[in-house]
Write a protein that binds this ligand. Structure first.
Ligand SMILES: [Zn+2]
Length: 230
């Protein structure tokens, strides 16, 4: 993998993502309307979830923290299942991904979160040590203990779905991940600048990149696009 697919490949990635689910478990997790053409991107209800899909158990791929808070839009379910399958293939020795809150069945306010109301936000765990996840719940990961390779592969897998608008993570963790991608040759400096914008900026108009957010030392927050517009 010499370079990462960013917005230029977004449209190209959409079609296969919709037409070719990656495994039988994904078929089950997929909602009815996935074969509909893309109508809108970036237009979603913000305060509720309609037509939500519950992330189905797949313990070899991911662990669901609270199933009744693991409802998301179809795009979110696809992102999580595809990224988890990719990780299982790339790093079979690593722990399954821990999936925290997405949304409740019909969305709306979710205790402890500003967002997570519309099925487009999910919290997922960070790898520490060598491919380990804190399985009992999220815990702070010091930059020194961050599994750089595993977390980078997870971020890459998420971005490659073409359905991720942004990922939020603490700046100290972003900094070591960014350095890793450059030093390991995973990304060129230019690519790394696009994936991990400098500093504390919150230019959320830039899609598919990793941004700083406070209180994200123990998990990453993933926001997906809305492509069905319903
Ligand atoms: Zn979150």
């Amino acid at each position: 993998m010499s370079s990462i697919s960013l917005m230029g490949a977004f449209a190209l990635q959409m079609a296969p993502a919709i037409a070719q689910p990656m495994g039988p478990w994904l078929d089950e997790a997929m909602p009815m309307n996935v074969e509909e053409p893309v109508r809108k991107i970036g237009v979603c209800p913000k305060t509720y979830l309609a037509g939500g899909v519950q992330l189905q158990p797949a313990p070899e791929l991911y662990w669901i923290w609270q199933p009744d808070q693991a409802w998301g839009r179809p795009e979110m379910i696809e992102v999580l299942t595809r990224a988890a399958e990719e990780m299982a293939w790339l790093m079979p020795e690593a722990d399954p991904i821990v999936v925290g809150d997405i949304s409740t069945r019909y969305g709306g306010f979710l205790e402890g979160h500003k967002s997570h109301r519309a099925g487009v936000d999910a919290d997922i765990g960070l790898y520490w040590g060598e491919g380990r996840m804190h399985l009992g719940g999220f815990r702070d990961v010091h930059p020194k203990n961050l599994d750089l390779e595993a977390n980078w592969l997870l971020i890459r897998s998420l971005l490659e779905t073409g359905l991720v608008e942004r990922i939020l993570l603490d700046q100290r963790l972003i900094r070591v991940l960014k350095r890793y991608t450059i030093e390991s040759g995973e990304l060129t400096v230019e690519e790394a600048e696009r994936v991990f914008p400098i500093g504390y900026n919150r230019m959320w108009t830039h899609p598919a990149v990793v941004h700083h957010a406070p209180s994200h030392k123990e998990h990453m927050h993933v926001r997906t696009f809305c492509w069905a517009g319903t």
